[in-house]
Design a protein around this ligand. Structure first.
Ligand code: CS2
Length: 478
């Protein structure tokens, strides 16, 4: 890629005609959104939506704040925040996104607080993954979490998302910055409600006057986000460089499908996101549950079972008829009955479309990427459906299979066969010699720790998953 000019404001007019670029004057845009976690998912999803909004209203550009690392700021600052989004199916469409106007890192403490406090900021959004919320298994703030315990007792730069939000809101209150909407865009059920409760509880312990101000001035709508976004790899970097004739240090890729349903509960002005196909709903819970349990539940099932059977990507796993049939039955027969039908949606058609998305050969989505952070993901993706099924007296034996596959995954990691990327890795690996002991962890299994029936089902699936023939027999069982 050497020798190519770096993508930047100055090179935008040299992009080939087929590459879309901001159709608004970037110089005239103003920051209206502060976003925590400008990783690939945010840049492929929400930032692309705001790029469409900016064509209508220039006041919704984004300031992206990276809390954990400086990599994205280092890559995108020389590009003035510009980057390429590749949308992949039979065709690849490339579009340079201009909505990310500023990149901040944790060390820019004063600038971050300034941004949150500014009256021109009307929305604070976050994609920090499940673990970034520091919640206990009942969904409330985990006071024992080291980042939370630290942020409670230190008044210097916070480390947790909740700590940053409370510090920023305290500053906003001091400066009279006015109402603000805080919008979680992560894969957690009731994400807004949980974040709101966590922020409020933290503020109560830190500064009761700010807690009251938050109650009066800040709303925390829940939202459902969906678009399959494989991590950026060198293949994408090369492909983009070849197509745009410029070097982009951090392009992103996603499938064409994109959905964002936001609870219509804003403090003050609401961004005109309808321009980007976003839906505002009075109640997003049915959308969230359907997405988390069907898209993400099936994804995690494909990840742990697929890796066990030697597959590398979601499309590979879906090309294995045993897995494709198993996951389809799981979705239609075991998960769908736990769901309320979201307004305007047929669950049958929704499942059919999800299966087609998983089979998209243009998307190389590594199962190992999805397999990360299982302890944080499985509760929302599979275990909530298990709990509902048990309460309603429906069978759960098939739902136990991907859970057992996760235990096999931990066991294999314990033998040195692949890494275990998970905030609970130490505790999980301590069980690797007897992975069924993982079922005793309330932080993952909650009330299911005491459910003998489900534990036995996981135990027998775990035994069947010990080798390929018995695993195949288990997957094809009706
Ligand atoms: C995936 C999600 O990595 C994962 O765990 O299941 O990132 C998934 O691709 C998105 O939620 C789809 O919207």
């Amino acid at each position: 890629m050497s020798g190519l000019p770096r993508l930047s404001e100055a090179t935008l007019d040299r992009l080939p005609g087929a590459v879309a670029r901001p159709d608004y004057d970037r110089a005239k845009t103003e920051i209206g959104v502060v976003h925590f976690g400008p990783g690939a998912f945010h840049r492929a999803h929400q930032a692309a939506a705001f790029d469409a909004v900016l064509a209508e209203d220039p006041r919704w550009a984004i300031s992206g704040v990276s809390l954990a690392s400086t990599g994205i700021a280092d890559a995108l600052r020389p590009q003035q925040g510009l980057y390429t989004l590749a949308t992949l199916d039979r065709r690849a469409d490339l579009r340079v996104i201009g909505s990310l106007k500023q990149l901040l890192i944790a060390a820019d403490r004063a600038a971050i607080l300034d941004r949150i406090a500014a009256r021109s900021t009307r929305l604070l959004t976050a994609t920090v993954t499940e673990k970034g919320y520091c919640l206990a298994s009942d969904g409330t703030l985990d006071w024992d979490h080291p980042a939370i315990a630290r942020d409670l007792t230190h008044d210097t730069a916070p480390t947790s998302l909740v700590g940053w939000i409370v510090a920023g809101l305290a500053e906003r209150r001091r400066r009279g910055g006015g109402p603000l909407t805080v919008l979680s865009c992560d894969n957690l059920a009731a994400n807004g409600r949980k974040l709101g409760a966590a922020v409020h509880a933290f503020a109560m312990r830190k500064d009761a006057a700010t807690a009251q101000w938050i109650t009066d001035m800040v709303r925390f709508p829940s939202s459902m986000v969906d678009s399959i976004t494989p991590a950026t790899d060198d293949a994408l970097r090369h492909r983009v460089a070849a197509a745009i004739g410029q070097e982009d240090a951090w392009p992103v890729q996603r499938e064409r499908f994109m959905q964002w349903v936001i609870e219509d509960d804003f403090a003050g002005e609401r961004p005109p996101l309808e321009a980007a196909g976003v839906t505002f709903a009075n109640d997003v819970r049915p959308f969230e549950a359907a997405k988390l349990r069907l898209v993400n539940g099936a994804h995690s099932s494909l990840a742990y079972l697929g890796l066990l059977l030697g597959h590398a990507t979601v499309a590979d796993a879906m090309a294995d008829p045993r897995l494709a049939a198993f996951v389809e039955r799981l979705m239609r027969e075991d998960i769908a009955p736990s769901l309320e039908t979201p307004a305007g949606l047929s669950l049958t058609d929704y499942i059919t479309s999800i299966l087609a998305r998983f089979g998209n050969p243009a998307i190389e989505h590594q199962l190992s990427q999805i397999a990360c952070d299982g302890s944080q993901k499985l509760p929302y993706r599979l275990l909530d459906a298990v709990r509902d099924a048990r309460a309603a007296g429906r069978p759960t034996a098939r739902l136990a299979v991907p859970v057992a596959a996760w235990l096999r995954f931990v066991e294999r990691a314990g033998r040195g066969d692949g890494p275990l990327i998970d905030p609970l890795a130490r505790r999980l690996l301590a069980c690797a010699a007897d992975p069924l002991a993982i079922l005793d962890l309330p932080e993952v299994f909650g009330t299911l720790v005491d459910d003998r029936v489900f534990r036995d089902e996981v135990g027998s699936a775990f035994a069947a998953l010990r080798d390929a023939p018995t695993a195949a027999a288990l997957l094809t069982r009706r």
